[in-house]
Design a protein around this ligand. Structure first.
Ligand SMILES: *[C@@H]1O[C@H](CO)[C@@H](O)[C@H](O)[C@H]1NC(C)=O
Ligand SMILES: *[C@@H]1O[C@H](CO)[C@@H](O)[C@H](O)[C@H]1NC(C)=O
Length: 443
């Protein structure tokens, strides 16, 4: 009784600033993009049915969002950033979600801020995980979507093969696993790869033209699943003055932690060449320095002792940039030197001015000369750390995005499939030399 009265009072209190705002807006000339006046409080939520539910964002949240947009000057951070509260509140039928909507763009932020119309009942989409729930570390049912407060949460996960006959989407990891049922006409098959083409198995010839979407680290995948995703707090502010001198007290030059000494891109040969011109400490099986992998002090040396870190991938493949760069490199106070994807691909994935690509230099000798220059010029060295504190590496909520995309696809009646998914994945994707020597350009 009292709780209900308090709720009513709270709603009334909420309405006062709203009405004032609405009045003010009526008196003022209309701004070009005027958000619709907030609606009256909604009726109590309907009990949820199995098959049809209301999208989970309540009218209260919509009102709060619109109030805050009017009175706050600083935009609040979106929900997927740490401390972020801004939730999407209006359905955009033209959101750029699919590769053809925004070529060259990973669309992750757009997918995370996509939401369905609030006033519509939406069907719960069933997503079958062909490799089981454990592979993904998720629970079945709607838990994953509710727990993460996905803006589009009308999905359910299952690993039950019997659902293959009626699931809305099937997510396959690495292989096509056949189910002995007839494929429903609108069922979306998604192929997920974590590793690069050298480390993924070939599909059977009969599985080449069955997938509708891909989910990989590649930016032209339908659902891009990168190792890390950097997002600025405000895209207009991509740098600020470093709070400290990142060169202070560092006495050593280049470090590298590495265990595979036979990588296809001959990164070890490059590092050995480099070591002729500047000191390179190679830790692990391929070098003479030792630090046990599990020892946190190893990575701490990068913060305190070394100026540069070789974040060399084991393969030069399109868009292939892993934790070697994002975690060992960027998340320590050291300047990463990268080898792996093309320079333009690093530029698209990394914070502005946060690394040095080996292909910016003719070869190891020239690179070493530049590193020695940086070693002597603290201002120049610190210019590579101006990105720190301007944004963050976000959780990209893979399953929230899968759910949003399955719904969006149905609303748009989009139809797409890969006629040869292996060709897409492998052809011209990797090079054994550096990218300059290979004439292969991304299509
Ligand atoms: C460098 O070393 C000095 C003396 O040990 C210490 O006071 C200072 O905080 C260190 N600076 C940094 C940036 O670590
Ligand atoms: C999915 O792919 C299959 C096989 O390539 C195709 O027949 C079907 O129309 C596609 N469906 C959607 C919803 O894109």
């Amino acid at each position: 009784m009292w709780a209900r009265a308090a709720r009513v009072l709270r709603r009334v209190a909420l309405l006062v600033p709203l009405l004032l705002t609405a009045l003010a807006l009526l008196l003022l000339p209309r701004p070009p993009q005027y958000s619709p006046p907030a609606r009256l409080p909604s009726p109590p939520p309907q009990p949820r049915e199995e098959a049809h539910i209301q999208n989970s964002i309540t009218e209260d949240e919509i009102q709060l969002n619109s109030i805050n947009q009017d009175i706050e000057e600083e935009p609040r951070l979106p929900w997927f950033m740490s401390g972020g509260e801004q939730r999407p509140w209006h359905h955009d039928p033209h959101a750029r979600l699919f590769p053809e909507d925004a070529p060259g763009d990973d669309r992750i932020v757009e997918q995370l801020t996509y939401t369905l119309p609030k006033d519509e009942e939406v069907p719960v989409k069933k997503i079958l995980l062909a490799n089981g729930l454990g592979t993904w570390g998720v629970a079945g049912g709607r838990t994953e979507f509710i727990r993460n407060k996905c803006p589009v949460d009308a999905c359910t996960l299952t690993a039950d093969a019997r659902e293959a006959a009626n699931a809305d989407a099937i997510l396959y990891k690495d292989h096509h696993i056949p189910f002995n049922v007839k494929r429903p006409p609108n069922q979306i098959w998604i192929l997920y790869y974590l590793e690069c083409p050298y480390h993924t198995a070939s599909l059977r010839p009969t599985s080449l033209d069955v997938f509708n979407w891909t989910a990989t680290y590649r930016r032209d995948s339908d659902i891009v699943a990168p190792y890390e995703k950097w997002v600025y707090h405000d895209t207009l502010f991509t740098e600020k003055e470093p709070e400290r001198n990142y060169a202070a007290n560092k006495t050593k030059k280049v470090a590298w932690f590495v265990s595979n000494c036979h990588a296809r891109n001959r990164r070890l040969q490059y590092a050995r060449q480099l070591s002729k011109f500047i000191s390179v400490d190679i830790y692990g099986a391929c070098g003479s320095h030792h630090c046990p992998r599990a020892d946190p002090n190893c990575l701490e040396m990068l913060d305190k002792e070394y100026k540069f870190y070789l974040a060399f991938e084991n393969s030069n493949c399109r868009d292939y940039v892993t934790e070697k760069f994002f975690v060992n490199g960027l998340q320590h106070d050291v300047l990463p030197i990268v080898m792996g994807a093309r320079p333009s691909e690093y530029a698209a994935a990394a914070p502005h001015n946060s690394y040095i690509h080996v292909e910016e230099f003719a070869g190891p000798e020239e690179l070493a000369a530049y590193l020695r220059r940086l070693d002597e010029d603290d201002t120049l060295y610190n210019s590579y750390f101006k990105w720190k504190g301007t944004g963050e590496f976000i959780n990209t909520y893979f399953f929230c995005r899968v759910c949003a995309m399955v719904h969006a696809n149905a609303r748009r009646q989009r139809n797409a499939h890969y006629t040869d998914v292996q060709g897409w994945w492998r052809d011209a994707a990797c090079t054994r030399t550096d990218w300059r020597a290979s004439s292969r350009d991304p299509p």
